[in-house]
Write a new protein. Structure first.
Length: 156
């Protein structure tokens, strides 16, 4: 996916504070992705990359995704669920006010993101900032993989 699926004016987005902006499609987190992420980040801890050992010696029943892999999936999820502010020249990830990894994501699971607009401000003439309340659902599981307040900014 190349970018956000829709646009809204700053005024329209301001009117949506406190409402759900959208839900992404499901993304499968398979062992190949987990292994590639382990190689990229040099985090080869056995709970991520050794299915037999993870099944035998953890309560997870097999390997689980890195929390940071799940977190990194917020970008494509947001492209699907969150509008871009009309007239923005660029948008940037500004960080997190709050982030918790609530439940592990077993290899082979599907996840999707739910995005609610917590705040939106045009801060100076050429800049805006938004805070998105994000929950990443694991298909069929009672607890989410993660919850976060994600801060994004853009420039007009």
């Amino acid at each position: 996916m190349d970018g956000p699926v829709r646009q809204m004016s700053a005024e329209e987005l301001s009117a949506r504070i406190g409402t759900k902006l959208g839900t992404s499609e499901w993304f499968e987190i398979n062992q190949g992705m987990i292994d590639a992420f382990a190689d990229l980040t040099q985090d080869h801890y056995f709970i991520h990359v050794d299915p037999q050992r993870a099944a035998a010696s953890t309560p997870f029943g097999g390997t689980i995704a890195h929390g940071f892999l799940t977190l990194s999936m917020l970008a494509p999820m947001a492209y699907q669920a969150c509008p871009v502010v009309e007239g923005s020249k660029t948008n940037v990830n500004y960080g997190f006010n709050r982030l918790r990894f609530v439940a592990p994501v077993p290899s082979g699971s599907r996840i999707r993101g739910h995005f609610t607009l917590k705040s939106f401000d045009v801060q100076v003439k050429r800049r805006w900032q938004a805070v998105y309340q994000v929950e990443v659902e694991i298909e069929g599981q009672p607890k989410p993989a993660l919850v976060a307040d994600w801060v994004g900014a853009g420039f007009f």
